[in-house]
Write a protein that binds this ligand. Structure first.
Ligand code: SP5
Ligand code: ZN
Length: 345
């Protein structure tokens, strides 16, 4: 397993996120990736490489120009409003919901924060763009390695990506790394690419990016959005639209779901991917299905992740793993590397 490690990940370090009317410490912390990196090294799972640099234009297959321009300049705009802002993160507070316009581009910074976001749980910090941009390089590097003949590669990066859409951030995500990897595989000449999202939360951003496309199949196993974030997408009746009809599958499961049911669902999702005829697989590898996760509700155990890796390997596809969520910080390294080791053996 080749790993592309985002050496700039700790530049993104949010302080507080909005939860039930209070600002609480962020769950999505740099130590998450530090633990995965340490475990990869301890188990000698393969080379750990810096990403290749890609041109900014590589992000335009997935994200809009005006969103990328906003992200790249947002911190400087935030600090220009008030020098004291340098000490606090930027959070949105107003959104263009139904009947309001999202085609306008207000001059007001708060208005644009809301235009380009979906929640107040995703602080934008001084180093957010640099970290997310280097994460894109990791995902693209992993995809090119796999297109070039590697059996598998791992983009070890944060902030995560699967909640970020073509033109919005949210759910701790800014740049959709899994979508970038899938798009890069397409551009390398693979006609049919599947994305399997096994983070606890539905990958709303990834789904939306490919919803009307038949060439990238999206399948997600996640906490039922009736009760779980992101609430407004991820239901079983979302099957794709237009040319993409039939190329989207959601597998919502109730809080408390354990490994037996989760694994049977994984087999169903993998059967759909095989039926699609995927030539490569991108796995959005969230580890927040773990029983000890502080913000999630499934009950997978550490040893189960070895089995998950073995099951994924049985799909027999060149595979790009992209690190997503997982907030049980002390266990996230063991759990993530269990998947990769199970895949490799
Ligand atoms: C990538 C990813 O896993 N994003 C998840 C975003 C979840 N955002 C909502 C978090 C709600 C926090 N709930 C705190 C519960 C404290 N007991
Ligand atoms: Zn998650």
């Amino acid at each position: 397993m080749l790993t592309y490690y985002n050496h700039l990940h700790s530049q993104h370090q949010g302080k507080l996120e909005m939860f039930r009317g209070q600002l609480v410490p962020c769950f999505e912390v740099p130590a998450r990736v530090d633990h995965v990196l340490a475990e990869l090294k301890a188990r000698k799972l393969g080379a750990i490489l810096p990403p290749e640099p890609f041109d900014d234009s590589a992000l335009l297959g997935v994200h809009s120009q005006r969103y990328l321009d906003f992200l790249a300049g947002a911190w400087d705009e935030w600090v220009a409003l008030d020098p004291a802002n340098a000490q606090r993160d930027a959070l949105p507070s107003v959104w263009p919901v139904r009947s309001l316009r999202s085609d306008v581009l207000p001059a007001n910074f708060a208005a644009r924060m809301g235009l380009f976001s979906m929640d107040a749980g995703t602080p934008l910090t001084e180093g957010t763009w640099d970290a997310a941009r280097a994460g894109a390089d990791c995902a693209l590097s992993a995809a090119l390695a796999v297109a070039g003949g590697e059996r598998a590669a791992f983009a070890l990066t944060r902030p995560p990506g699967h909640h970020a859409g073509a033109d919005f951030f949210g759910g701790y995500c800014f740049v959709n790394n899994a979508a970038l990897a899938a798009q890069a595989l397409r551009e390398q000449g693979l006609d049919r690419v599947a994305i399997l999202d096994i983070d606890y939360h539905h990958g709303n951003g990834t789904q939306a990016i490919f919803y009307e496309r038949p060439d990238v199949y999206f399948s997600s196993i996640h906490g039922d959005p009736h009760t779980e974030y992101p609430f407004y997408l991820g239901y079983a009746d979302e099957l794709g639209a237009g040319a993409g009809l039939g190329f989207n599958r959601n597998w919502p499961l109730p809080r408390g779901t354990g490994f037996e049911v989760w694994r049977a669902t994984l087999q169903q999702a993998l059967a759909g991917i095989a039926e699609f005829g995927a030539q490569a697989l991108v796995v959005s590898l969230g580890m927040d299905t773990f029983v000890g996760d502080p913000i999630s509700g499934f009950s997978l155990q550490s040893a189960d992740y070895l089995q998950v890796g073995e099951d994924l390997a049985k799909a027999g596809l060149p595979t790009v793993f992209v690190f997503e969520g997982g907030y049980a910080v002390a266990e996230v390294g063991t759990n993530a590397v269990n998947v990769l080791q199970g895949f490799d053996q």
